[in-house]
Write a protein that binds this ligand. Sequence first.
Ligand SMILES: Nc1ncnc2c1ncn2[C@@H]1O[C@H](COP(=O)(O)OP(=O)(O)OP(=O)(O)O)[C@@H](O)[C@H]1O
Ligand SMILES: [Mg+2]
Length: 390
Amino acid sequence: MYGFNVKYIRTSMLLLAALVGLSVAWYSVSRALFLVIFLSVATLVALIALSRNTWSQTHTEDPRAAAMPARPGKKFSTTVTRRRRNAEVLSPETTVSLAEERRTADIEDVFTALDRQLVGLVPVKKKVDEIASLLLVDRVRQRFGLQAPRPNLHMCFTGDPGTGKTTVALQMADLLRRLGYLEKGHLVHAMRDDLVGEFIGHTAPKTKRVLERAMGGVLFIDEAYYLYRAGDSKDYGQECIDILLQVMENDRDKLVVILAGYRDRMDEFFESNPGMSSRIAHHLDFAPYTLNELLAIGNAMLDRSSYYLSPEAELAFRDYLTIRMGQPRFANARSVRNELERSRLRHAHRLAADLEASRSMDDLMRIEPADILASPLFASSPLTAIDRSS
Ligand SMILES: Nc1ncnc2c1ncn2[C@@H]1O[C@H](COP(=O)(O)OP(=O)(O)OP(=O)(O)O)[C@@H](O)[C@H]1O
Ligand SMILES: [Mg+2]
């Protein structure tokens, strides 16, 4: 607003100065000299105006376009992006290396992080790799000027609690940003309460606020099936779903929606909402972890925090997991993490019980069976591997 005013004040002042200058010249110099001065000033002004116009035409800088990857059909493309794209179009005889493109996109870190953070999950990692390949090839095709609709990347992550859905979604958002598919690559986590209102007229603004926050990144809707209540015609969830469907279709170059939840409930949700089902391009199923995987996850978690299980403690932890897996509210890797945190507490308490004793670095790192077996879970199942082996 202020830029607009300043611009016009400046122009008026210049015009006024020119008028005053011309009036003075009219009365103080000969008519012939006045004509020469007038023509010179007019030519100079015309030349300046012409060059400024040319500059602005070739340097239109839309900040949104600068942040967006150059790709055909982009809504925000400007002179800058068009010129950059034209300059980059490769001739059909050129050959390119996908490995080089992958290095340029700098996505190796994402795969390293996925491998380092997440034990197992081989089918999920494979699917992530496939999606990365699709986008990588899409990038290279654009460099050759090959036109194709943008791939649809809305996804559904199904699996039990604690199987790594949110962790993978975060990595996915980063991957999509690096590959130029998303502008920002952040993740907005939402559940029914964040999207659906309780009164008439509340739902649309609520949903739109969340969508606005998620633009340029990933909208991760946990337990998405709660959006829809079968048989409840008064529920506002449907209004939210309708808005989501529209945005998933029209703004799919600016936002990726990931729906998450239990597999059977998601299947029911899709059956009742075929529009939603048809907009989901990729389904990633997160299988529950096996006992050995849970143990490996636990060891990896401890390793990252410079702790480890003694061989006997590992047996005790295996027993703990065997019992815990059969109990209600078992949450896979999250249950592992929670129990290990409790074990650290017991370990610290055990060491602190004898404050005068000398402790080595190893003492400070090693979790012993006592730190596991003190769990109340063993009170109801007292038989452990340690008992069995002795
Ligand atoms: N395969 C794995 N290897 C190592 N750690 C894991 C693995 N899977 C999950 N975790 C860890 O378990 C915890 C829970 O994972 P996350 O929140 O991603 O699960 P989720 O599937 O989203 O769970 P929920 O459905 O309850 O939201 C996180 O600390 C995560 O790092
Ligand atoms: Mg989660």
